[in-house]
Design a binder for this molecule. Structure first.
Ligand code: AMP
Ligand code: GLY
Length: 431
């Protein structure tokens, strides 16, 4: 079978790498891909990003399955377009992808279906938003209603920060946010205390198979300081998610979500990612839904997946009644840990074009991998081309061992302005 992966980041590099390991897969194409994907002789990149062009290419080239990595093509309706032409594609429809693309939609959905989440209100009017924040006090969380590439959330510890976030997100000339429904809105919500975990499933209708748990590191700097980013590193499994919490997440979050989507007439299929906050007393609340896998969580998760990924995705796109919950997944017992190397300026104004030195030749035993994200080739040189450049991911018997291997590899790679957190996995070490 020929498989197409849509996207250009580290998550897509990992998905494509994993799919090439399937005996049923003849070739994996990645559109548009990146320099690391282009350098891998088992993968082929395509310079396509537009939904109709992708669909036409998939039709003309006999693609048996398409897997969508990022949220933007999902929100643009790539699944609807492929399905309308009889093509097999794994991901939610545009309507279902609103679970991620609109915070206002997902908060209202959670409230309607009694899925635990932080108390909140939605505002279009800056004056009303400012007044609400003054009445509630800090800490408080301000979220843009729309896709903002992981940068639409401000956890404000002071009222001043909250007011500035409202002014920024509701500014009439705001260009960094793709407003849901074309309207500038903010969701203002209660600050939740606790520890976060990323919980992902492969879903179709009412069925779901959980993937391994993981934990992301959203802040730019060590000790979880500095601005929020798309994620500076991740590891799997997350020891915070005990078997008991795992069972409760399935029961209290995943199943009601799939039932709710079905009841609302927009059945969900695709990866479903619940970003959870687990309080010190064990209360579970949903911070956000993503309608895709996490980046960088995918990189360590897929390094731990021993089973073939293809049969699971085929079962999840099968219309003849295959039972997803019957697909057994085998996980490596080791810890996988991924460290992101980000470009100068990230997550603000990113500098591009820095030459990357010391990239290793791809490791064939796959105990360490350098997944590429924002990289591009210029002649024989690989250059940075965006915010998160690489995700160096390693397996180890313990968190410490995985850290040792990953950081040893990070230290061999160099580009000017590289930003790296040195403490990925720190919470697991404290347990
Ligand atoms: P989101 O995109 O909604 O997951 O928000 C990004 C990050 O902001 C989360 O991963 C949390 O670290 C933080 N965050 C979001 N909402 C809250 C909240 N209500 N309380 C505390 N932290 C939050
Ligand atoms: N790493 C968090 C996300 O993918 O949304």
């Amino acid at each position: 079978m020929k498989v197409l992966v849509i996207g250009a980041g580290g998550r897509e590099h990992a998905l494509a790498w994993k799919l090439t390991g399937s005996p049923q897969v003849q070739m994996v194409y990645v559109a548009p891909g990146n320099a690391g994907i282009a350098l891998d002789k088992n993968l082929q990149v395509l310079p396509l990003t537009e939904v109709v062009a992708l669909r036409e290419w998939a039709q003309a080239n006999d693609i048996g399955l398409t897997v969508v990595g990022p949220e933007a093509p999902l929100a643009a309706g790539v699944v609807d377009e492929f399905r309308a032409h009889g093509l097999r594609i794994f991901g939610p429809t545009q309507a279902a992808a609103q679970l991620e693309s609109s915070k206002a939609f997902s908060k209202a959905f959670m409230q309607r279906h009694h899925i635990p989440t932080a108390a909140y209100q939605v505002f279009e009017d800056p004056a009303a938003a400012h007044a609400y924040v003054d009445a509630q006090g800090a800490p408080i969380v301000v979220k843009a209603d729309g896709l903002a590439a992981g940068k639409g959330v401000v956890v404000a510890t002071t009222l001043q920060e909250a007011h500035a976030a409202i002014d920024h997100m509701l500014a009439p000339d705001q260009t960094g946010i793709q407003h849901a429904g074309g309207k500038a809105r903010v969701v203002i919500e209660e600050f939740l205390d606790g520890e976060e975990a990323s919980f992902m499933v492969v879903a179709r209708g009412l069925q779901a198979t959980a993937l391994a748990t993981s934990q992301d590191h959203k802040r730019l700097l060590d000790a979880d300081l500095g601005p929020n980013t798309g994620g500076m590193g991740a590891y799997s499994p997350a020891p915070l998610v005990t078997p008991e919490i795992h069972a409760r997440v399935m029961r209290e979050v995943i199943q009601p979500t799939l039932k709710g989507m079905m009841a609302d007439g927009i059945p969900y299929s695709g990866f479903l990612y619940a970003g959870l906050m687990i309080s010190p007393s064990g209360e579970i609340k949903v911070l956000e839904f993503n309608c895709r896998m996490g980046d960088p969580e995918t990189q360590p998760i897929l390094m731990r997946l021993k089973s073939d990924l293809l049969p699971l995705l085929l079962a999840a796109t099968d219309d003849t009644g295959a039972d997803l919950t019957q697909v057994d997944l085998e996980w490596d017992r080791r810890v996988a840990l991924g460290v992101v190397m980000a470009a100068h300026g990230y997550p603000h104004t990113v500098r591009k074009g820095d030459a990357i030195h010391g990239l290793p030749v791809v490791d064939t035993d796959a105990s360490a991998m350098v997944f590429h994200a924002a990289t591009q080739r210029e002649g024989q040189q690989v250059l940075t081309s965006g915010g998160r450049v690489l995700c160096v991911t390693a397996l180890g018997d313990t968190v410490r061992q995985a850290q040792t291997v990953a950081y040893a590899l990070v230290d061999q790679i160099h580009f000017d302005g590289a930003q790296v957190r040195r403490d990925i996995g720190h919470r697991a070490l404290k347990r």
